[in-house]
Design a protein around this ligand. Structure first.
Ligand code: CO8
Length: 258
């Protein structure tokens, strides 16, 4: 396994577990974390032996935001010329499904990192928010857009303008997270979900992800057309035959991921 400075990466069968590891700063997302996460996810994304990636933090903090101490001295040209945070977009471009397992603080960039993942599972201790406005800035890793699409204008405006936080129960009601579990069950649940996804046909899972993702990029008619093309395409895979044969034979499918 490759060594990273700010994260650890473990393989769990066909799933992978990526853990943010900057406990002294509550996993604040500095440029090194961005580089490490993006490099690790891209390496896993190239590996057909990996069918799902879980990203998690510590019990106290998924990530308490972008690194305020690193950003503090920067000027406009520093931010513009280095295109600060743009590399995070590459996480959203991963084709392998991703799961964010959030315990504790997911604030600012932490909330945005969670929203870059496909499935968001929260511990009952999770706290979400976009408190950037309290620092005199605004979200910079897509939060104003992804939060609004996830939970709608009313709550997104409330969170982004007041900087208030949202607990796990409110986040689930609002549709930001798909499941809330007791904190001590978070990792088990996230890895079980990842194991389930990773056992599916990899190309089919990639196409399902791509199809749902398309809903955020296009009109309904174009999105349905896109889905239909992919739906027809899965009939070119061996896994379609295997999945349907297994159903007819009343046995579990054994996907070959192709
Ligand atoms: N950046 C840097 N260091 C941090 C951060 C952070 N975001 N969050 C916590 N830390 C550090 C603290 O400074 C402290 O370090 P030290 O021990 O050296 O003083 C250590 O982590 C522990 O933190 P606390 O002592 O504050 O722990 P508490 O339990 O008292 O409080 C909180 C926890 C409530 C999470 C608190 O740390 C906090 O409010 N953190 C900041 C949250 C925040 O505002 N996040 C948003 C940051 S901005 C952002 O994410 C996006 C900016 C977009 C910019 C766009 C640019 C293109």
């Amino acid at each position: 396994p490759e060594a990273y400075e700010t994260i650890t990466v473990e393989r769990k069968g066909r799933a992978a577990l990526l853990t943010l590891n900057r406990p002294q700063a509550l996993n604040a997302l500095n440029l090194q974390v961005m580089e490490d996460v993006v490099a690790a996810v891209e390496a896993l994304d190239r590996d057909p032996g990996c069918g799902c990636i879980v990203i998690t933090g510590s019990a106290k903090a998924f990530a308490a935001g972008a690194d305020i101490k690193e950003m503090h001295p920067q000027g406009y040209l520093d931010m513009y010329l280095s295109d600060w945070f743009t590399a995070w977009d590459r996480l959203g471009q991963a084709r392998t499904p991703t799961v964010a397992a959030v315990s504790g603080y997911a604030l600012g960039g932490g909330c945005e990192l969670a929203m870059l993942c496909d499935i968001l599972i929260a511990a009952d201790t999770a706290v979400f928010g976009q408190p950037e406005i309290k620092l005199g800035v605004i979200p910079g890793i897509g939060g104003s857009q992804r939060l609004t699409r996830a939970i709608g204008k009313a709550k997104a405006m409330d969170l982004c303008l007041t900087g208030r936080t949202m607990d796990a129960a409110e986040a689930e009601r609002a549709g930001l997270v798909s499941r809330v579990v007791p904190a001590d069950e978070l990792l088990g649940e996230a890895l079980a979900v990842a194991g389930t996804v990773a056992a599916m046909s990899l190309p089919t899972a990639m196409m399902a992800k791509e199809a749902v993702g398309r809903a955020f990029e296009t009109t309904l008619a174009e999105g349905v057309r896109f889905e239909r093309r992919l739906f027809h395409a899965v009939f070119a895979t061996a896994d379609q035959k295997e999945g349907m044969s297994a159903f007819i034979d009343k046995r579990p499918p054994d996907f070959h991921h192709r």
